[in-house]
Ligand binder design. Structure first.
Ligand code: RIB
Ligand code: CA
Length: 315
C-alpha cells in the first residue's frame, strides 16, 4: 500500500527536484501538492506548482493548492539562488487551469478524505499553509499521521540570516504555531541537509534529455549552480528538500532525537531562529523528533538513483 503524502512546496529548484522523485515513486501516493510562497511569491509558487506538474505529467495528477501571502507578508524571497521566477528563470508556460482552492483547504480536505493517521505532510517551504490548515480544522492534528518539515537549525547557523533558516524566517509566527501544535512532527534541519552538496558531476549522473525528468532538471539546475557560486562562492548546490524527502522514504539512513523546540518570532537579530531546550535539566516538553545525523554518502546515492528511477518510470 503506497504511503499517502501531501507535499507543501515553495518551488524553488530543490522543491522541484523533490517533486520529480516523489511523483514517480511507486511507494508514495502524492495526493496533493500545495503551493506556498517563499523562494518566490505566492502567485509564482502557485504557477510553478502547475508548471512542474505539467512538465512532468505524472500518471496520477495530485490535487493542487493555491498559495496566499503570510499574514505579515514575505520578508525575503529566494531569487538570489533560484532566479526571479524560482525555477532558474525558465519561465515555463502553464495552461490556464481552473480555479484552484487555497492550499490550506486542500490540506484539510485530503487529510479528512483519508483514513485517520494515514497522511504524511512533507513541508518543504514556510509553514504558512500548515498553520492555517490547523487553524481551519481544530481536529486536524489528531487526523494527520506525521508532519515532516525541512527547516530550522539546531547547533549550526542559519542560512538567510546568521540565526535563521529560510523556511522558518519567511513566516516565524506560523512556524511557532506548528512547532507548538500537538501533531506528530519530525524536523530535518540545516545541520543535516547542508551536508549533501551536489557538484557539477551531477550532470553526468542525471537522466538524459530523452526523458521528461532529465529534460526538466537540466533546464532548472544550471541556474542553481550559478546562484550558489555567486551567493556563497560554492562550486556545488544544496538540495535541502530532496534530503527531507529521503528522510521520509529511507528513514533507516537517518538518526533522530526527541527534542523540545520553539521559534523566536520577535528578535531584531534572531527572528526565525529555532531554539531547542538542551539544558542539563530541560523544562520544555519534547514536541518533535529532530534528525541529528544521516549516512550522507548513501543519502546522496539514493537521491541520484531515485531521480533516475523516476525518469525511467516517467518516460
Ligand atoms: O533553507 C532551505 C529551504 O528554504 C529549502 O526548502 C529551500 O527550498 C527554501 O524553501
Ligand atoms: Ca523549499
Amino acid at each position: 500500500m503506497a504511503r499517502k503524502v501531501i507535499l507543501d512546496v515553495d518551488p524553488g529548484i530543490d522543491d522541484a527536484m523533490a517533486l520529480c522523485m516523489a511523483l514517480f515513486d511507486p511507494e508514495l501516493e502524492v495526493v496533493a501538492v500545495t503551493a506556498v510562497g517563499g523562494n518566490c511569491s505566492p502567485e509564482q509558487a502557485t504557477r510553478n506548482v502547475q508548471a512542474v506538474i505539467e512538465q512532468l505529467d505524472p500518471p496520477r495528477w495530485p490535487r493542487l493548492g493555491a498559495a496566499s501571502p503570510p499574514d505579515d507578508g514575505l520578508p525575503v524571497d529566494g531569487r538570489h539562488l533560484y532566479g526571479a521566477d524560482g525555477l532558474g528563470d525558465t519561465n515555463f508556460d502553464v495552461a490556464e487551469r481552473q480555479h484552484l482552492h487555497p492550499s490550506e483547504k486542500v490540506i484539510c480536505d485530503q487529510v479528512r478524505d483519508a483514513s485517520e493517521g494515514s497522511v504524511t505532510i512533507l513541508a518543504l517551504g514556510p509553514l504558512t499553509n500548515i498553520a492555517r490548515a490547523m487553524a481551519r480544522d481544530p481536529d486536524l492534528n489528531a487526523l494527520i499521521g506525521q508532519i515532516v518539515m525541512m527547516g530550522g537549525a539546531v547547533s549550526g547557523p542559519g542560512n538567510i540570516t546568521p540565526a535563521a533558516e529560510f523556511n522558518v524566517y519567511c513566516d516565524p509566527v506560523s512556524a511557532q504555531a506548528v512547532f507548538r501544535s500537538r501533531s506528530t512532527k519530525t524536523l530535518v534541519p540545516l545541520d543535516v541537509t547542508n551536508r549533501v552538496v551536489l557538484n557539477y558531476d551531477i550532470f553526468n549522473r542525471l537522466p538524459d534529455v530523452s526523458t521528461k525528468v532529465g529534460r526538466f532538471l537540466r533546464k532548472i539546475l544550471p541556474s542553481a549552480f550559478r546562484g550558489y557560486r555567486r551567493q556563497f562562492g560554492l562550486e556545488g548546490i544544496h538540495v535541502h528538500d530532496t534530503v527531507a524527502l529521503t528522510a521520509v522514504t529511507h528513514p533507516e539512513l537517518f538518526s533522530t532525537e526527541e527534542m523540545a523546540g520553539d521559534v523566536e518570532t520577535l528578535g531584531e537579530l534572531t527572528a526565525g531562529m529555532t531554539v531547542f531546550d538542551r539544558r542539563q535539566a530541560p523544562t520544555w516538553r519534547h514536541n518533535m523528533d529532530v534528525v541529528t545525523d544521516m549516512q550522507t554518502d548513501k543519502v546522496t546515492d539514493v537521491i541520484i538513483s531515485r531521480i533516475n528511477a523516476a525518469a525511467a518510470r516517467a518516460g
